[in-house]
Write a protein that binds this ligand. Structure first.
Ligand SMILES: [Zn+2]
Length: 156
């Protein structure tokens, strides 16, 4: 099916909720794996949504884990879609880097964690204008309004 209309393209886009500062790191610091407990069969474009509540522990470690953010606090967006990426793969940590005892050998990315599902992300693009929307968990379908606001910035 050709992606001629917003409605058709909408079926090809999901929103992935990722707490800050990790959402920012996907878009700006080459964080190419999102670690989850559950796998997904979805492949395709995902909008990266930063929920209202950040990862407070991670924010305390910001100078170490996101040094560039310390110099760019204006990018601290919450409750908004801040960019898009392609979800190109999902596999279990045991597939890419654990031995039979669950010890890490060589993960697919420095961002990959043991005992998780690795959602592999590529081609990140930050939005010029973050799109505010309601918080939801996991991988979800955006409303028509939100979808339009995101796509307008990608394909003007
Ligand atoms: Zn992996």
């Amino acid at each position: 099916m050709a992606p001629d209309t917003v409605e058709q393209r909408g079926s090809e886009l999901r929103v992935l909720s990722v707490r800050q500062p990790w959402a920012w790191q996907i878009l700006h610091e080459e964080k190419d794996v999102e670690n989850r407990l559950l796998p997904t069969s979805y492949r395709g474009r995902v909008a990266i949504f930063a929920p209202e509540s950040p990862d407070v522990g991670a924010l305390r470690r910001l100078p170490r884990i996101a040094p560039a953010w310390v110099d760019a606090p204006r990018q601290y967006e919450l409750g908004a879609i801040i960019g898009v990426a392609d979800l190109v793969d999902c596999h279990d940590a045991s597939w890419c880097g654990e031995d039979q005892y669950g010890r890490a050998i060589q993960m697919c990315s420095p961002w990959a964690r043991r005992s998780h599902q690795h959602l592999v992300l590529a081609n990140p693009v930050a939005l010029d204008k973050p799109v505010a929307t309601r918080s939801r968990f996991g991988l979800w379908e955006p409303s028509a309004r939100v979808l339009k606001s995101v796509l307008e910035q990608l394909d003007p």
